[in-house]
Write a new protein. Sequence first.
Length: 345
Amino acid sequence: MRAAVYHGANDVRIEEVPEPRPPRRGEVLIEVTRAAICGTDAAEYASGPHLIPPGTSLVLGHEFTGTVVAAGDDADGLRTGTRVVPGAGMWCGECEACRSGRTNLCRSYYTLGLQADGGLAEYALAPSRMCVPVPDACADEAAAMAQPLAVALHALRRGRVEAGESVLVLGVGGIGAFVVAAAKARGATPLIAADVRAERLATARRLGADAAVNSASCDLVASVLELTDGDGAALVVEATGRDGAAATAAACARRGGRVVTLGLPTTAQQLELTRLTLAEVDLVASVAHVCRVDLPDAVEMLADGELARVVLDRVIPLDALVAEGLEPLAAGAVDGKVLVAPAAG
């Protein structure tokens, strides 16, 4: 089969590789219909490895959907022909984090496409308990976005968003756009989106943002204060991972507010902790999602297809992954979600 194999920074190749072995107990073999790429994939390509173990070659892809073509014993009721979306991150179910419901913090957690072969291929193996069935009404293009939407939903749960609260989303790229959509669904008001690209801000408006601020051409902190009657945002979600963005997020939060860090900087960051302390601003980190909580909600939210239509940038063949996917995404030149059709033709 054909697959996108990561060999190191600036070295992703579309290769012929052996098909996955038959599924064992608790596993399913998925024929991948659509996969997606995100900033994590772009960072691994441009400057990695970061999350991929050094010296490892593996099949990329942690956002994908497809149809079960084979199932091992005890496959959580999944059968051949079932359309599924995997949550990508796998947990043990036995450690303290898992027992407390925080499976994304499992001591043996691993992610398909980062620490094991993923879904940028014609076929992929996945543990059955990370897979959520996809309803017939949900198109493949929408289902492929369920994993990143689940990440956004988890970040808002971490931020304890409530209806009627002001929310600022910094960065309206692949994940940030989903944070905007999910915050709107939860009744955030005013909902403010900030980015440096006009196209992304237009998308944020379509997703329900009350205000879209171009942070490249104005004083973002001053704009947020003006939009929140001088208070600052009750919740700020930092979804860029850019240098200095966490400090900007903290400066935009109101007294007693919350900041959720979702972006992944590749360098150490500085924060002015005195202001956070004196204002009792909660600084909360968010990583991945809790598969059995966030992923079903994400599939349900995507089922009607409208969110996917707004966020979708393009669908490309697997052969174009590097030139039309990873490279422009790493350069910050993509304004929506890039999906990949792995099958030839």
